[in-house]
Design a protein around this ligand. Structure first.
Ligand code: AMP
Length: 112
């Protein structure tokens, strides 16, 4: 997988507002927030998109959801939305797997 802006954030080559880190994952605030709270949870392992994950990533993928839940609580969110864009046709722009976590406002369904 080619280097992305998110691997540069993991490596501290560019700044980000990091709000959680452990051995496997990082969470930081989205630079262009779409809600009062909007952060991204990413694996440190460079998986380009969800379609590229394999059965060996099962625990890692579950971990990302638990981190999302934990950081959402840390941010004071009771209700929140998770979003994973998979591929350019689904509006993915950074090809390092990330879970968007949005909260602090109400959301409609279906999404646009
Ligand atoms: P996606 O369209 O699902 O690939 O989402 C990529 C997200 O990354 C967008 O919401 C961007 O605002 C966000 N983003 C891009 N560059 C940065 C950055 N340097 N720091 C934080 N968030 C970023």
């Amino acid at each position: 997988m080619s280097d992305t802006i998110f691997s540069r954030i993991i490596d501290r080559e560019i700044p980000a507002d990091i709000i959680y880190e452990d051995e496997q994952a990082l969470a930081f605030r989205d630079i262009s927030p779409q809600a009062p709270v909007h952060f991204l949870v990413i694996p440190k392992k460079p998986i380009a998109k969800l379609s590229d994950a394999t059965p060996e990533d099962q625990a890692l993928l579950g971990h990302l959801l638990l981190v999302a839940r934990e950081v959402a609580a840390q941010e004071g969110l009771e209700d929140f939305r998770l979003n994973v864009n998979n591929g350019a046709g689904a509006s993915q722009t950074v090809f390092h797997l990330h879970v968007h976590v949005l909260g602090g406002r109400s959301f409609s369904w279906p999404p646009g």
